[in-house]
Design a protein around this ligand. Structure first.
Ligand SMILES: O=P(O)(O)OC[C@H]1O[C@H](OP(=O)(O)OP(=O)(O)O)[C@H](O)[C@@H]1O
Ligand SMILES: O=c1cc[nH]c(=O)[nH]1
Ligand SMILES: [Mg+2]
Length: 212
């Protein structure tokens, strides 16, 4: 597994505003979108491209185009949905599939309640969007799901990670080169409720309000 923590002053600045408990939902959503745009730029460095012959108004030349099949972006509902617009902004032609996953707050196991993805992901590069990597159960389940369906590689883009979750993911994935995790920051630890410390609270609730 490859791990990339984005060291950029704008990322750190926006993340600090995101963490503040007084930041209201509309601002929180805007910051998630902005952060996602910055992370997506780095996370798509190894995207597959191919040469494309084109004509400018002046001459013929060889340009570059995204390869087919196009990448597929997979936001993990709910909180990952807040990251989708930032990704679409820089890669508008990518396809989008959805996984709905809810963490059981007693056992911390990930429960899948929705799936709108192609069964066959052969040769597809997949980008999983989920702001929080806490115990890692959600990301492990979603990455396994995509690789089992033939994904060529999976890049998970997260805002915050806990060392415990990153280790769990590393232990699970091992030295396979087809899984990359891109993060804006690695925090201190998980608390007894499985929340990232200092973290930003429940990302889904802060984006969309509290539901039971
Ligand atoms: O690493 P883990 O311990 O699995 O935790 C991370 C997951 O928890 C949160 O989802 P949540 O279950 O709160 O659902 P929500 O997005 O609908 O709020 C978060 O958005 C991740 O998907
Ligand atoms: O801190 C955390 C941990 C899991 N999910 C969240 O939304 N926040
Ligand atoms: Mg939540």
């Amino acid at each position: 597994m490859r791990l990339q923590v984005i060291d950029h002053p704008l990322v750190a600045h926006k993340l600090t505003a995101l963490r503040r408990k007084e930041t209201p939902s509309p601002v929180f959503r805007q910051l998630v979108e902005e952060l996602m745009t910055l992370l997506a730029y780095e996370a798509t460095r190894d995207i597959d491209v191919e040469p494309l012959e084109i004509e400018t108004p002046v001459a013929k030349t060889t340009g570059t185009a995204l390869s087919n099949p196009l990448p597929i972006v997979v936001p993990i509902l709910r909180a990952g949905l807040g990251m989708l617009s930032g990704m679409e902004r820089i890669m508008p032609t990518a396809e989008v599939g959805f996984l709905g996953m809810k963490r059981d707050e007693e056992t911390f196991e990930a429960v899948t309640y929705a799936n709108r993805l192609p069964d066959d992901l052969s040769n597809r590069q997949c980008f999983v969007l989920d702001p929080m990597l806490a115990t890692g159960h959600t990301l492990i389940a979603s990455i396994d799901y995509l690789l089992e369906r033939g994904a060529k590689d999976v890049t998970a883009i997260c805002l915050l990670g806990a060392p415990e979750g990153i280790k769990a993911l590393e232990d699970h994935v091992g030295d396979r080169a087809d899984v990359t995790v891109v993060l804006a920051a690695v925090d201190e630890r998980l608390n007894e409720k499985g929340y990232i410390v200092p973290g930003l609270g429940d990302a889904g609730d802060r984006l969309y309000g509290v539901v039971d």
